[in-house]
Design a protein around this ligand. Structure first.
Ligand SMILES: [Cu+2]
Length: 161
């Protein structure tokens, strides 16, 4: 019986090593201090052969995180909760400024530029993916390109441990 369990474990290991869902370029736009929501952006990739649905979002930073789509109605952009978020097999979905986003609704505290937030995505394949999203202060970027962002990135590669 012991041997059987050992073999079964060996068989399972390669499957777990293949992360089907990965998240790249995750960040959160620093909201004004009085805001109780913040928008998060990321790219979710599916390396597997099956479509994967995002079935849950868990984070201590917001009470009701949800994915929002942006739609144009009567010349105005409106946000709407996405009822289904599906990452296609061998594909990706992007959440980027001006478009769809992960809305951290009901922030539990004030965010600081440069800190990293942990968000966990639960998926229909029974896995969960941990995201580390940096909070970026994008104010003043309109006229000064991405100076602020570059500074943050330099800090990131510094000698801090
Ligand atoms: Cu939104």
């Amino acid at each position: 019986m012991k041997r059987f369990i050992f073999l079964a474990t060996l068989l399972l290991m390669p499957m777990q090593a293949l992360a089907e869902i990965t998240v790249e370029e995750a960040w959160v736009r620093l909201p004004p201090p009085v805001a109780d929501t913040a928008a998060a952006y990321m790219k979710i990739e599916n390396h597997g052969d099956h479509d994967v649905e995002i079935t849950g979002i868990e984070t201590s930073i917001a009470t009701s995180p949800e994915f929002h789509s942006m739609e144009m109605h009567d010349g105005m952009m409106h946000m709407q909760k996405m009822e289904k978020v599906i990452v296609p097999a061998h594909g990706e979905i992007s959440f980027s400024p001006g478009g769809n986003h992960l809305m951290l609704v009901g922030l539990t505290r004030v965010l600081k530029a440069g800190e990293h937030l942990m968000i966990t995505l639960k998926t229909s394949d029974g896995e969960s993916t941990m995201i580390h999203a940096e909070v970026k202060d994008m104010r003043g970027n309109a006229g000064h390109s991405s100076h602020q962002m570059n500074n943050n990135e330099h800090d990131h590669h510094g000698m801090h441990h």
